[in-house]
Design a binder for this molecule. Structure first.
Ligand SMILES: [Fe+2]
Ligand SMILES: [Fe+2]
Length: 217
C-alpha cells in the first residue's frame, strides 16, 4: 500500500464510516458515510461543503503557523507552555480537517504556501512585541475564527442540519476551543499590548481577507 492510500485508509477508519468503500486511485465513484449521519459524498451540497472544509483547513493551518511563530520567539519563556497547549489543540483541529479533506475529496487552497509564511511571520512578529503582543494576536485571530465558525454553523443549520449534524459537531467543538484560546489571550494581558486596538483591527482585517480568498482559491 503506497503512502497516500495508507493515509486515506487511516483517515476513513478514523471517521468510523458506516458503509465504507476504499478510495479509488482512478477517481471511481465512491460512497463515504460521515459517521452515523446521512452525510455522504452523493447527497451533500458539494459546493458548500467544499468551501467549508477548504477554508477551515486553511484557517487551522494558518493558526498552527501562527503558534509556531509565537513559540519560536517565546517558547522558552514563562508563557511558552500556555502557547504550546493552544498549539496542541490547533494540531488536532488541523488533523481533523486533513481527514475530512481526504474523505470528501476537497482540495486545499492554492494559497497554502502563502499562509505558511504569513502565519509564521504574524506569530513571530507579534511575539517580538512581547507576551502581550502574542496574546493580542491570539485574541484577534481566535475571535475572527470563532465568528467565522458561527457563520458556517448558521449556513449549515439553514440547509439540512440533520444531514450535516456531525460536521456541525466538529465546527461547534472547534468554535468553543477557539473561544477558550481567545479568553486565555485576554487573561494573559492581550489588552496591554502596544496599540492593542489598532493591532487587533489590522489582524482581523487580514483574517477576513484570508477567509475570503481561501474559500474561493
Ligand atoms: Fe483551531
Ligand atoms: Fe485556536
Amino acid at each position: 500500500m503506497n503512502c497516500s492510500r495508507a493515509v486515506a485508509a487511516c483517515c476513513l477508519w478514523r471517521l468510523r464510516t458506516g458503509r465504507l468503500q476504499p478510495l479509488s486511485a482512478y477517481g471511481r465513484r465512491i460512497s463515504v458515510r460521515f459517521c452515523s449521519s446521512g452525510m455522504t459524498l452523493d447527497n451533500i451540497n458539494r459546493e458548500a461543503v467544499d468551501r467549508i472544509i477548504r477554508v477551515d483547513h486553511a484557517g487551522e493551518y494558518g493558526a498552527n503557523r501562527i503558534y509556531a511563530g509565537q513559540m519560536a520567539v517565546l517558547g522558552r519563556t514563562s508563557i511558552g507552555p500556555v502557547i504550546q497547549k493552544m498549539w496542541d489543540q490547533e494540531k488536532d483541529h488541523l488533523k481533523k480537517f486533513n481527514e475530512l479533506m481526504v474523505a470528501f475529496r476537497v482540495r486545499p487552497t492554492i494559497l497554502m504556501p502563502f499562509w505558511n509564511v504569513v502565519g509564521f511571520a504574524l506569530g513571530a512578529g507579534t511575539a517580538l512585541l512581547g507576551k502581550e503582543g502574542a496574546m493580542a494576536c491570539t485574541v484577534a485571530v481566535e475571535e475572527s475564527i470563532a465568528h467565522h465558525y458561527n457563520n458556517q454553523i448558521r449556513t449549515l443549520m439553514e440547509k439540512e442540519p440533520e444531514k450535516y449534524e456531525e460536521l456541525l459537531q466538529v465546527i461547534r467543538k472547534f468554535r468553543d476551543e477557539e473561544l477558550e484560546h481567545h479568553d486565555i489571550g485576554l487573561e494573559h494581558d492581550a489588552e496591554l499590548a502596544p496599540a492593542y486596538t489598532v493591532l487587533k483591527s489590522i489582524i482581523q482585517a487580514g483574517c477576513r481577507v484570508a477567509i475570503y480568498l481561501s474559500e474561493r482559491l
